[in-house]
Structures are given as structure tokens and as C-alpha cells.
Design a binder for this molecule. Structure first.
Ligand code: LLP
Length: 442
């Protein structure tokens, strides 16, 4: 079975060069840090395009596949443009993501709007900018959508998001009749929603069903079960309402390799399971083969991204841990403090001393929980060394904050020994640019 890029710990162009420094996209990491400073997000264009190709090859066996990149994992103009060039559409979840994807020049017809509490303004923006599909999540949204569509004299193309009763916790999953989830229609509510769309909402056109079962998934059986439920429901709705739904959206979720002990399946393995399950379910329930939508985020963008930090102070707790602090942390990567997520890192510059020391990488933010990596063996990290943390392309910049009023970091795109800024570092002026002092205080 072919390997795919989501199974790698490091970007595919990463190597140590003759100087003993790490190099990514042909750019010496020490040079990048001299030019741009730290913390610095780096995206390797080759790794990103490579995984897109993996996905396209893996799913080529099924002719009606629509790949939608989940923008929540990373949403910038340049990365959206690359994904659009690779033929991907986009799963978006806010007005901000819709606007960014639109401004990147992507085909809005290949955009799908998700979310459990989309506002009137966001729905109106989606309709105005020609978003191809809206995945309706609840009864209020159906009402709002129909109202907007009516006032614009348009028909809006929708899917209904359902809660299929499958929940993944990375290495285990549960299947229940109902699920305690804020997303989508419970299966017991689905018929009422379909009935409303067919009989009351004149300006909505229903194309299919949507579900998403989790993130950082390593199992394949869950996709099989999810697809079976979606196809079964489509067959059942046809029987009850005489409606031929021809789209199924199975969401995203494929995992990546954050540490040496993570073994995510490849895109090829996942595609085989998905297509095989789909074909079996189509036969079993006797429906026409539908268009398949997938919405991967993490598995597309994570491995292409690394974050570079400069090491500063350190502290040896007597008879305890050694803490080594970097110039970023929970504001540029909230995942370790939010989810106890684990990361792998290396010292990027050459080191004469190569005996390993186990240290804990602490962030710079005023919170004890701001620890990026607990207990990692590195060659004697000291002040001024550059730390390269791997697999930070997904859910790092997109979840970044200005905690402690620290400016958000810069992002560069590297390829063929060239580097280009794709997100500027925020300035001190940017930080106060939205603040207002009322006149009466002056
Ligand atoms: N589609 C829907 C409807 C989703 O809710 C999500 C993720 C995706 C697609 C993309 O899933 P992915 O392929 O990236 O696993 N902040 C968390 C992850 C939250 C994912 C939320 N939904 C983290 O950093 O792990």
C-alpha cells in the first residue's frame, strides 16, 4: 500500500544541509530566522501540493468525488489559492472564511458552508457570493435560509447535516442511536426537516446529507459505519418522500503523525475503505451512486507546516524537570494546553554537542499550563538555539490568539529555495488598532 504525506512526521523537503542546519523547501532555517525572526510559521509548498496529489490519486477510482479543504484548519489567501489550484473546493464555517476563500479567487460554487449557528448576515453573504452548498444544521437555519433566499428571489442548494450516532475519540469510537452533539439534526428530527424543505420552504433545494464524525481519526471502520448510515437514510427518505438525494458528504477527520508513535492510515487506505463501503451500501440499499464530498483539513495542511522558535531562558527545578522557554507558545499553538496534544521537535541549527538531554519546552505566556512539549530529548538546548516544531500547519495559526497582547506570528511559504511572506507579523500598532478611548475619559 502506498504511503501518503499525512503519514510523515516532517515535511517532505526537510533535511540537514552541509552546515548542519535544517533546511525546508531548500531554505536554510537559520537563514529564514535571520530574515523573518521568530516565532515563524513555515509552510512547505511541495508537501502541501504532494498531499493534494495523494488525495486526488487515492480517490480517482470513484468518478464523482468532490474534495473540499476544511478551511478551519488553516485559512489564508495564499494557501487557499494553492488548494484551489490543486482543484480543491472549501468547507467554510464563518463569514471570515467565506470572505478569505472568495478573495483568494477560488470558485465559490465549490464552497460548502457548515456550522451550527450561522448568522443571518453570514448566510446572506454566502448567498450573495454564490457559495455552492449550504449544509443546514437546524430548524432555525432552514427558516432563515428560506427567508433570505425568498427575499433575493433565489433558490439555495442545501444539504442536511445529521448526527449519525458515531463518535470517534481518535483510537476508539462509540455508536449509539442518538448522540449528545450540538451539530446537525438527530436522526429522529430528519424527517420533519425534509418534510419542511419539500413542502414549506419554496426556495430551498435539498441535494443530500452531510455528517462529520471526528478529527485525528486513525480507524477506518468508522467511515464504513458512517457511510452505511448516510446511504440507508437516503434510501429511506426516497421511500418515504419519493426524493432522490444524490450527494453525500462524509466530513473530514483523517489523522496525521504528530509523534513517532502515531500511525495514521494513508489517504490510499482511507479512500479504499470509503469507496468500497460506498459501493457496498449503494448495492445493499439500491440507490443510484451519489456524488461524494469529503472535507479533510488536518491531513492536508498539517505536515506541510512547522513553527520555528528561538530558545531563551531555562530553569532547572532542583531534583526536577529542566524547563527551556521559547519565544512563543499557547497563543500561536493552543493545542497542547487545550487538548494535551503532543508534538515533536528538533534543534534546527547545527550543534557541536550532540548528547541528548530531556527537557520540557515551555511557552512564554503567563500561564503555568503553557507547555508546548513535555519531556523531549534534545541535544543540550541553550539560549539562541532555534527549535523547529513539526506538524503545526493545522489548527495552530487558525486557532492563534493575542493572549498577553503578543502580536500574532508571521507565516512564510517556502519552495525551491525561495521564501515568501504569506501572512505578515502583527505590529504593536495592529494590536491597538481596534481599541477606542471614549471622549469622556480623555
Ligand atoms: N468537516 C467538518 C464538518 C468539521 O467539523 C471538521 C472539523 C472538518 C471537516 C475537518 O476535520 P479534519 O480533517 O481537520 O480532522 N481544533 C481541533 C480540531 C477541530 C476539528 C473540528 N471540525 C484540533 O486542533 O485538534
Amino acid at each position: 500500500m502506498n504511503e501518503s504525506t499525512n503519514q510523515f512526521l516532517r515535511p517532505i523537503t526537510l533535511r540537514r544541509n552541509d552546515k548542519g542546519n535544517l533546511e525546508i523547501g531548500g531554505c536554510d532555517v537559520v537563514g529564514l530566522v535571520q530574515q523573518y525572526g521568530t516565532p515563524l510559521y513555515v509552510i512547505d509548498e511541495k508537501t502541501l501540493r504532494n498531499i493534494c496529489v495523494d488525495y486526488k490519486k487515492a480517490f480517482a477510482k470513484y468518478d464523482k468525488v468532490n474534495m473540499m479543504f476544511a478551511s478551519k484548519s488553516l485559512c489564508t489567501l495564499a494557501t487557499s489559492l494553492i488548494l484551489a489550484q490543486e482543484g480543491f473546493g472549501f468547507d467554510v464555517v464563518s463569514g471570515g472564511e467565506i470572505y478569505t476563500v472568495y478573495k483568494s479567487g477560488a470558485d465559490m460554487n465549490k464552497v460548502l458552508f457548515n456550522g451550527n449557528n450561522k448568522s443571518y448576515d453570514e448566510l446572506a453573504l454566502a448567498i450573495e457570493l454564490g457559495v455552492g452548498r449550504i449544509s443546514a444544521d437546524n430548524f432555525l437555519e432552514l427558516d432563515l435560509l428560506n427567508e433570505i433566499a425568498k427575499s433575493e428571489n433565489k433558490t439555495v442548494d442545501i444539504l442536511l447535516r445529521i448526527t449519525p450516532g458515531i463518535e470517534c475519540h481518535t483510537h476508539e469510537y462509540i455508536q449509539t442511536g442518538h448522540l449528545d452533539s450540538k451539530f446537525g439534526f438527530d436522526l429522529t428530527q430528519l424527517d420533519e426537516a425534509v418534510d419542511l424543505v419539500l413542502n414549506s420552504y419554496t426556495n430551498l433545494k435539498l441535494h443530500g446529507l452531510h455528517a462529520h464524525i471526528g478529527s485525528q481519526i486513525f480507524e477506518t471502520q468508522v467511515y464504513h459505519d458512517e457511510i452505511e448510515i448516510l446511504v440507508k437514510e437516503i434510501a429511506r427518505l426516497d421511500e418515504k418522500f419519493g426524493i432522490k438525494l444524490d450527494e453525500i458528504n462524509i466530513g473530514g477527520g483523517l489523522g496525521v503523525k504528530y509523534t513517532e508513535t502515531d500511525y495514521p492510515p494513508s489517504t490510499y487506505e482511507i479512500a479504499d475503505v470509503i469507496i468500497d463501503s460506498l459501493q457496498k451500501s449503494i448495492k445493499k440499499y439500491g440507490i443510484e451512486s451519489p456524488s461524494l464530498f469529503i472535507e479533510p483539513g488536518r491531513s492536508i495542511i498539517s505536515t506541510s507546516g512547522v513553527t520555528l522558535y528561538t530558545i531563551g531562558s531555562s530553569k532547572q527545578v532542583p531534583k526536577g524537570r529542566k524547563y527551556v522557554a521559547v519565544d512563543g507558545g499557547m497563543a500561536d499553538n493552543p493545542r497542547p494546553s487545550m487538548y494535551q496534544a503532543k508534538y515533536f521537535a528538533e534543534i534546527a541549527n547545527s550543534k557541536e554537542e550532540d548528547t541528548l538531554q530531556t527537557v520540557t519546552i515551555a511557552g512564554r505566556f503567563c500561564e503555568s499550563g503553557d507547555i508546548l512539549i513535555k519531556d523531549i530529548a534534545l541535544p543540550q538546548p541553550s539560549e539562541g538555539d532555534i527549535l523547529c516544531v513539526y506538524n503545526t500547519g493545522a489548527y495552530n495559526y487558525s486557532m492563534a490568539s493575542n493572549y498577553n497582547r503578543v502580536q500574532k506570528s508571521q507565516m512564510v511559504l517556502v519552495n525551491n529555495s525561495k521564501s515568501d511572506i504569506i501572512v505578515n507579523r502583527e505590529t504593536l500598532e495592529d494590536l491597538i488598532s481596534h481599541d477606542v478611548i471614549p471622549d469622556r475619559l480623555k
